[in-house]
Design a protein around this ligand. Structure first.
Ligand code: DHB
Ligand code: FE
Length: 277
């Protein structure tokens, strides 16, 4: 029943969803006969997640994919998937030839990731911005797992497509990635008897004026975790193969002098209606 003290300014949407959330949780407590021991364990988990700045990880692992499905249902163009907790805005704008910021001894194999950006009508999009972030070959994300002073924006950068909507960026092959297992999210997964792995992936935000920004990931085929991502974020349309280049005539590319890999993806962005002036 509505309280006489409720203010007129109260947000109706907030009231509706919050009331339903609380009603859903109350029904859940009754259904599962949740008593004080389990209630206190839930409080301890949430308190620890807050203290260790893990609320985003906890929420993203278990809930973000569903928010993504609901938000982007029926969206045309390249399929979206979760942003995850490790995006950092303001990565360096790179100059040609594009190479993601990396350490002098960046571990692993070089990857040239290339592709195109088009509109849903097929038109190539020049000067689209491709914001890339990924873990390194050891599954570490800069700003989160790698001390920032050592490698600011490591394997994070923004580049733009050329006149024909193409891009190519040099990076390093990401590895399968285990979400942090030392904290409460990992402890919960362990208690559930579930693994904490995500298949190797590149994260991307692709944007262009007049088009809806695409937040997605590109996954590497043949990864052992491709069918059991802990986050449930893999879609078949986002999986690409890696091609290895070791022929001596190939190794002249950018003077690399060592085998490297290539992968590519063609992104498609939906147009947004121009706002009425
Ligand atoms: C999540 C997403 C990631 O891309 C990642 O590397 C780790 C966790 C997530 O959604 O929880
Ligand atoms: Fe990730």
């Amino acid at each position: 029943m509505k309280s006489a003290h409720e203010t007129k300014a109260a947000n109706p949407r907030l009231n509706e969803v919050f009331d339903d959330l609380v009603a859903t949780l109350k029904a859940f407590i009754r259904k599962h006969h949740i008593q004080y021991d389990e209630y206190h364990r839930a409080l301890a988990l949430l308190t620890e997640a807050g203290d260790k700045q893990e609320i985003p990880l906890l929420m993203d692992v278990f809930l973000e994919m569903t928010v993504n499905d609901v938000t982007y249902a029926d969206r045309p163009g390249t399929e979206t998937t979760v942003e995850g907790p490790f995006y950092v805005a303001g990565a360096p704008m790179l100059k040609q030839p594009f190479v993601l910021p990396h350490r002098a001894n960046e571990p692993g194999d070089v990857l040239f990731f290339s592709g195109t950006v088009r509109s849903t009508d097929g038109a190539p999009l020049a000067r689209a911005v491709v914001d890339v972030w990924q873990s390194d070959a050891e599954g570490q994300y800069s700003h989160f797992n790698i001390p920032e002073a050592k490698a600011p924006f490591n394997l994070r950068g923004r580049l733009t497509t050329d006149q024909s909507g193409r891009f190519e960026v040099q990076t390093w092959v990401p590895s399968s990635y285990q979400i942090p297992i030392a904290g409460p999210t990992g402890a919960l997964l362990t208690a559930l008897g579930r693994h904490a792995w995500r298949p190797a992936h590149l994260h991307l935000k692709v944007s262009h004026d007049g088009h809806a920004t695409l937040t997605t990931q590109v996954f590497l085929q043949d990864d052992p975790w491709i069918d059991s991502d802990v986050v449930g974020a893999v879609k078949g349309s986002l999986v690409v193969g890696l091609t290895k280049h070791e022929d001596p005539s190939d190794l002249r590319k950018r003077d690399l002098k060592r085998p490297y890999y290539t992968a590519s993806y063609d992104f498609v962005l939906p147009r947004v209606m121009a706002k009425a002036a």
